[in-house]
Write a protein that binds this ligand. Structure first.
Ligand code: F6P
Length: 554
């Protein structure tokens, strides 16, 4: 295993961790309240609101005093968090279990800068790949990319799962107002045949292009869908020379070019990603090709510029950065208040997939029980991330946020102006503005109700809201590619901060492997593949298989 730099034995065994524990117990015993914190400090709202780029981050409604922040900062120092971020951004192999660098920040670094890993500057390759992507997308938009029958491509279907879909699909939705309209883009991830069927609904094979995104090019769901897409295309084209014809309709994005080629993808249509870009952090790589096809190269580059802005904020002084602060606050709640989850509630229809994207980023990165050296993590690690779009969420799960027995810190995202496409689709734009204002008001009201509860006391307990429930409000002027990039990078860094405090390797995901192996065995048994060894099953699985067969075959 590569040398681990500046890593404490176990953060939970440090003096600063013990001090945080004492401090938390004191605050809890003293009944610290958000109401009390605001009463004691009239300037708290202003002091605890930080601007970075286009984002205004209001973190005033947190159960944290100046002392809390000092102790959290000391913990970050003791955990070597800033060092870990610097190591990551400068290409050291911080993914220790796989001995890989983690360089998603290089994908959006200042062109012309050198970022090296293993003695190699990765920036020229990144720039070249972005240029290839842009040329490809320009050709698509100019109707110069034609299918096998000579028809211009009109629809692009992204086939990929996890990090090869969640980020680009989220951004595709978020940036609906920036889509060029030259091609229609869709995303298919699930191996459920219904997913591909609805992804292909209404499309014509002659004018449809598939982008198969798979870093390893071995993901079962993606390959199964890609094969089905090949069959659909061949049938739709009705060409005898289907194999050659198919090549016009498939491109791949992968770190394993050989596997993509073996699958039948034309080498000239293979875009590269690298083993030093984790799937869940890969939106700025060629994994974002379909997104770029939707919004155009310029907007894609703006997205990267937004990420770069937040990366520079973090890189210039990690310890003083907003992702550090927010990451440390999540550690505070997770480890010293026992809060188990984080609700992510964008008050933006277009950002409604943001939490779905973030689930993978936080939970696949930090949902781990051992530290980088293999020892037990010694405390709770990643929180469960969940949520949904406000105001819909208010009519669904906010009851629990306000009066449930569990406290859920919430992240509210809100925009000062309506989503970019509203002006064009909503004829009554003044009315749209007013409805957007109602949305914003609801966001502010929720943060207030959570923090301060019902005024007065001694009322009807059924109607009383206890308050004292923390939240962050992140506001931006408007949902632009740059703003989205800033948000994405903020949460990516927050995730890295958490993992660094816990001493976790945030960049592997071995927890998902056993299920894949078991599924492989079960699927060959269900299909009755001749000669395939029947794997031994546990009794519960054997019983499920028997029930399934009975239902399937009757
Ligand atoms: O199974 C988990 C995972 O490896 C994710 O980390 C990844 O984003 C996803 O599968 C897809 O992987 P690939 O891009 O290699 O198909």
């Amino acid at each position: 295993m590569p040398e681990i730099r500046g890593e404490p034995a176990d953060i939970t065994a440090t003096a600063s961790w013990a001090a945080l524990g004492r401090h938390a117990r004191e605050l809890q015993a003293g009944g610290v309240s958000l109401k009390g914190l605001f009463e004691a400090e009239p300037g708290r709202a202003a002091r605890c609101t930080t601007a970075v780029g286009d984002l205004t981050i209001d973190w005033s409604r947190h159960l944290a005093t100046e002392t809390t922040l000092q102790l959290l900062a000391a913990t970050a120092v003791e955990a070597g968090v800033a060092q870990r971020i610097n190591d990551m951004m400068s290409g050291r192999p911080v993914n220790t279990t796989e001995n890989r660098a983690v360089l998603h920040t290089a994908l959006r670094a200042e062109p012309g800068r050198a970022v090296t890993t293993g003695g190699r500057n990765v920036m020229p390759a990144i720039a070249a790949e972005h240029q290839r992507m842009a040329a490809f997308v320009d050709a698509l938009h100019a109707s110069q990319r034609t299918g096998a029958t000579g028809q211009p491509i009109r629809a692009v279907v992204n086939i990929g799962i996890g990090g090869s879909q969640l980020g680009p699909a989220m951004a595709h939705e978020a940036l609906a107002g920036f889509r060029s309209g030259a091609v229609e883009c869709r995303f298919v991830s699930n191996v459920d045949p219904a997913a591909l069927a609805s992804g292909l609904d209404g499309l014509d094979a002659a004018s449809t292009l598939f982008v198969i995104v798979s870093k390893g090019f071995s993901t079962a769901e993606t390959l199964a869908n890609a094969r089905a897409a090949q069959a659909w295309t061949a049938a739709g084209l009705g060409r005898p020379d289907a194999e050659r014809a198919l090549r016009r309709h498939f491109v791949a994005v992968t770190a394993d070019r050989d596997a993509a080629q073996a699958f039948g993808i034309d080498p000239a249509s293979i875009f590269t990603t690298w083993d030093w870009v984790g799937g869940r952090f890969s939106m700025g790589s060629a994994a974002g090709l379909t997104l770029m096809a939707a919004v155009g190269a310029e907007n894609f580059m703006e997205l990267l510029a937004g990420m770069r802005l937040m990366d520079s904020h973090v890189g210039s002084d990690p310890q003083a950065s907003v992702p550090m602060l927010l990451g440390l606050l999540s550690v505070w709640y997770r480890n010293f208040w026992g809060f188990q989850t984080r609700a992510v509630v964008p008050y933006s229809h277009r950002l409604r997939l943001f939490g779905v994207w973030l689930q993978q980023v936080i939970m696949e990165s930090n949902g781990k029980r051992v530290r980088r050296d293999g020892s037990p993590v010694g405390c709770e690690s990643a929180e469960i991330v969940w949520g949904g779009a406000g105001a819909d969420s208010q009519h669904s799960f906010h009851q629990l946020l306000h009066q449930g027995t569990t406290v859920v810190p919430a992240d509210f995202l809100v925009l000062a102006r309506p989503d970019a496409d509203v002006d064009t689709v909503d004829a009554a734009s003044e009315d749209a503005r007013l409805r957007h204002e109602a949305l914003v008001a609801n966001c502010f009201a929720q943060a207030a109700a959570l923090a301060f509860g019902t005024p007065g006391d001694g009322g009807d307990p059924h109607r009383e809201l206890p308050g004292n429930r923390p939240s962050t409000v992140i506001m931006a002027p408007r949902l632009t590619p740059s703003v989205l990039g800033q948000l994405v990078s903020l949460y990516e860094h927050l995730t890295v901060v958490q993992g660094a405090v816990w001493g976790i390797n945030s960049f592997d995901q071995f927890g998902v492997e056993l299920g894949k192996t078991l599924a492989d065995g079960i699927v060959s048994e269900l299909r009755g593949v001749p000669g395939a060894p029947t794997p031994p099953h546990d009794p519960a699985t054997a019983s499920l298989i028997a029930h399934y067969r009975r239902l399937r075959d009757t």
